[in-house]
Design a protein around this ligand. Structure first.
Ligand code: PLP
Length: 428
């Protein structure tokens, strides 16, 4: 695309301009950890660096690209949609918004009726928190330590202080954190009867895909019911069929009061955030439909793409592929782990969500670097850099899965040897 590419004389020039005009510290961070990646072309599950180097994408931007980059059906849907629809007018009833809301209801437990739209997961989390506060007339929000629900006003307060402190955002005391998987702590937090909602990532992503222990999430839901609080399932990363079911919370036996969705639902093409909610949570919609305003929220053209995303995602062959690939990746990773039991320490898994455990504190970094060198892009977990996020796409086929496993086999061996010899470190 000449009007973009012509601005840069070389990859180095692009990196320097990125540091100058976009984000100096972020650009420098990647250079320092040995990932000199400037993404150029992309297709399916492949990313191409500015230099032409091909990488298989196992990061998928947190699930944004579940269906691959520039998925052919989604691109065709977007192009066709643009003959008729644009972002739309956010005040009026709309065919696209209504069609998607109905489809989301059909894809969710029966009690979840309304969809309120935002332009991102952060906004959808804010909407969920606002709705819970309206429904309960309470302010307190309980979430897990090391969670991430977004970067906007309320969502950032529900997450880790890593994202509030720098901006002098004093987290109001009505935002309370408890350890994930600790029902006793959750019970204490709810016991006062003053909690509006518990918001939990069903499988905390930024914390390395920590898996909920048996009975934990249904236990939290039961406590919410007992103490009059709403249960908000943040499914931005765990939802949209990644576990083999549309919503991970439902797979764990929970019917949430609100489900927060973003990333993958936009097909990696047009951003969208959704808060799907039950009658109680959506009460404000009957009283004051103008109470949450968002010009880009529920953009009609985003809804057109999202409807197609939902349809593809729910195809029986896609569900079957997820099951088959989940088993294939598990078997392959188990075999690799058996060769490095003192380095590749464990595998967290639900469906196509994997967290690969390496020595603390930052053992995922040398593996990420080696995988990058060898042609796979998978990222460490921000709140636990001993865990490598390993998220294959929903449409990955058996041959590509084998290729990924072969690259991981080589990369983990190289990282292990590097750490043993002192060339690599798990400290930095
Ligand atoms: C679990 C979770 N919730 C919410 C968000 C916020 O979504 P967005 O970046 O679209 O605002 C993210 C983004 O990474 C996320 O991972």
């Amino acid at each position: 695309m000449n009007f973009i590419h012509d601005r840069f004389a070389s990859k180095r020039d692009a990196a320097e301009k990125s540091a100058r005009y976009w984000n100096p510290a972020k650009t420098q961070f990647w250079q320092e950890v040995g990932i000199d990646f400037i993404i150029d072309r992309r297709k399916g599950y492949f990313l191409y660096d500015y230099s032409g180097k091909r990488l298989i994408d196992l990061h998928l931007n947190g699930g944004n690209f579940n269906l691959g980059h520039l998925n052919v059906e989604l691109v065709a849907t977007l192009k066709e949609g643009l003959d008729h629809f644009d972002m739309g007018n956010h005040h009026f009833p709309s065919l696209c918004r209504t069609a998607l809301a109905e489809a989301l209801h059909e894809a969710s437990p029966d009690s979840l009726i309304y969809t309120v739209y935002g332009a991102s997961g952060s906004e959808a989390s804010d909407i969920a928190i606002k709705s819970a506060r309206y429904a309960t007339r309470r302010r307190k929000i309980v979430s897990a330590f090391k969670s991430y629900h977004g970067s906007t006003g309320l969502s950032v307060c529900a997450g880790d202080e890593r994202f509030t402190e720098r901006f002098l955002i004093a987290r109001p005391e009505e935002f309370v954190n408890v350890p994930f998987n600790d029902l006793g702590a959750m019970e204490k937090a709810l016991a006062g009867g003053d909690v509006a909602a518990v918001i939990l990532e069903t499988i905390p992503a930024t914390y390395g895909f920590l898996m909920p222990q048996d009975g934990y999430l249904p236990g939290v839901k039961a406590l919410c019911e007992r103490h009059g609080a709403l249960y908000i399932a943040d499914e931005v990363q765990a939802g949209m069929m990644r576990t083999g079911e549309m919503w991970a919370a439902v797979k764990y036996g929970v019917v949430p009061d609100i489900i927060v969705v973003a990333k993958g639902i936009g097909g990696g093409i047009f951003p969208l955030g959704c808060a799907i909610m039950n009658e109680r949570a959506g009460g404000w919609l009957k009283e004051d439909g103008f109470a949450h305003i968002s010009t880009g929220g529920g953009s009609e053209i985003a809804c057109v793409v999202a409807l197609k995303v939902l349809e593809i995602t729910q195809r029986p062959e896609v569900r079957a592929n997820i099951q088959a690939r989940a088993a294939q990746f598990r078997a392959g990773l188990d075999a690799i782990r058996a060769r490095h039991p003192d380095f590749f320490l464990g595998i967290r898994q639900n469906g196509l969500i994997f967290g690969l455990e390496f020595p603390r504190p930052k053992g995922a970094n040398p593996v990420m670097r080696a995988a990058y060198r060898n042609g796979v892009w998978a990222i460490f977990s921000t709140f636990d850099p001993s865990v490598l996020q390993f998220k294959p796409g929903l449409l990955v086929d058996a041959a590509l899965a084998e290729e990924v496993l072969a690259i991981m086999d080589r990369s983990i061996a190289e990282a292990h040897a590097g750490v043993k010899s002192g060339r690599e470190t798990v400290e930095g």
